[in-house]
Design a binder for this molecule. Structure first.
Ligand SMILES: *Cc1c(COP(=O)(O)O)cnc(C)c1O
Length: 360
């Protein structure tokens, strides 16, 4: 029931009203569809991590450590960087929002590739800054020359996603070294799955003194998407700005402790990612063998470029096989990889579409 005297003002400011709604991958809780739309880890959290979460549940009447001190120190040790150059936040998307808000005045520009992560144009616009999307190259990776050419004196950040979501293509080490002198934010949400030795490594660039800020997350390979914890490695002035712009107590005690326990279980985590990466390589070569032009993904998903008509057909074929994938209007379909049996179901759908039966 609406109140007759309810005023309709104030309205949200123009840049907010103009935003398209964020389209998240459909929730994976469905009991009938296999959720391959959100790049989550196929595996349940490690038992050691679940134990920590269960024990920490008893503390949730208390606020967490707002500085996430123990977690930042553990990350600093893990990556051999100073702890005051680590900033934790509610998912790496949360940290990215803080970076953009900290660095951009209205009208400033943020250059990023397109297609890339859907949150980028939203966060830039929300901060009052101007998104400058630069089309991907023919290999479905970043076109760094075109991105460099898009830099103006209003550019505050060049935002790179490596491996790129949704195409999976990483940025090469050689390309990263040629970047111009603006702040480069490297979103490495899928770095744990990257087995290509020629790829850029943000931490290495950071330690070499490049003007980069590295974003990483516990949501993907570490399997903690639901807990919301990610971090940035950033030079002291930016790290300090991130502490100032953080929503108070944004990372729960459960998330902080689970993230520490995950770093402590690094060996087991690596076994899991190795299973996914070998499956990824198998799926890509099999998909190519049956006629699909799948790019060189170094993440836990594959990308199928398709015009809108074909995209709808592909999405529908997966839905008929009770598999939920992520479609991008006019651009293509992204499919998250899982265990061998599930991946075989994916290959079967692809084989049926091209008339190349028998995906084994
Ligand atoms: C999933 C994803 C993230 C992670 O977001 P969180 O907020 O840490 O869950 C960040 N960047 C990209 C490109 C992603 O795909």
């Amino acid at each position: 029931m609406t109140h007759p005297a309810m005023p309709l003002t104030p309205l949200p400011r123009g840049s907010v009203s103009a935003l398209p709604p964020y389209v998240a991958g459909r929730a994976g809780q469905s009991e009938t569809l296999t959720p391959l739309a959100s790049n989550e880890s196929h595996y349940l959290p490690l038992q050691s991590v679940l134990d920590v979460i269960a024990r920490s549940g008893a503390n949730i009447n208390r606020y967490p450590d707002s500085g996430a001190t123990a977690l930042r120190e553990r990350i600093a040790e893990h990556l051999a960087v100073p702890a005051d150059e680590v900033a934790a936040g509610p998912g790496s998307v949360g940290v990215l929002q803080q970076i953009i808000v900290s660095l951009c005045d209205p009208g400033d520009e943020v250059v990023f590739a397109w297609r890339s992560f859907e949150a980028y144009p939203l966060l830039v616009t929300l901060a009052g800054a101007r998104p400058v999307p630069v089309p991907l190259g023919p290999d479905e990776g970043h076109d760094l020359e075109a991105m460099a050419a898009a830099i103006t004196d209003r550019t505050r950040i060049v935002l790179l996603c490596t491996p790129n979501n949704p195409t999976g293509v990483p940025i090469s080490r050689a390309a990263i070294e040629r970047l111009p002198h603006v702040l480069v934010v490297l979103d490495e949400a899928y770095v744990e799955y990257n087995t290509d030795p020629a790829s850029a490594n943000g931490i290495e660039s950071y330690r070499n003194g490049q003007n980069v800020c590295v974003l990483r997350t516990f949501s993907k390979a570490y399997g903690l998407a639901g807990l919301r914890v990610g971090y940035a490695i950033a030079r002291p002035p930016i790290a300090e700005a991130l502490r100032k712009t953080a929503i108070p107590f944004g990372v729960s005690d459960l998330a902080q402790r689970a993230a520490i326990a995950s770093l402590d279980a690094e060996r087991e985590m690596r076994d899991r990612t190795a299973r996914i990466t070998s499956e990824r390589d198998r799926v890509i070569s099999r998909a190519r063998a049956i006629g699909w032009a799948v790019p060189n993904s170094q993440a836990n998903f594959i990308w199928i470029r398709a015009d809108e008509d074909r995209r709808q057909k592909i999405t529908k074929a997966f839905e008929e096989a009770a598999i939920l994938v992520r479609g991008y209007t006019g651009d293509g379909v992204r499919v998250t990889l899982a265990d061998p049996a599930t991946n075989d179901r994916v290959l079967r759908v692809l084989a049926e579409m091209t008339g190349n039966g028998g995906a084994q």
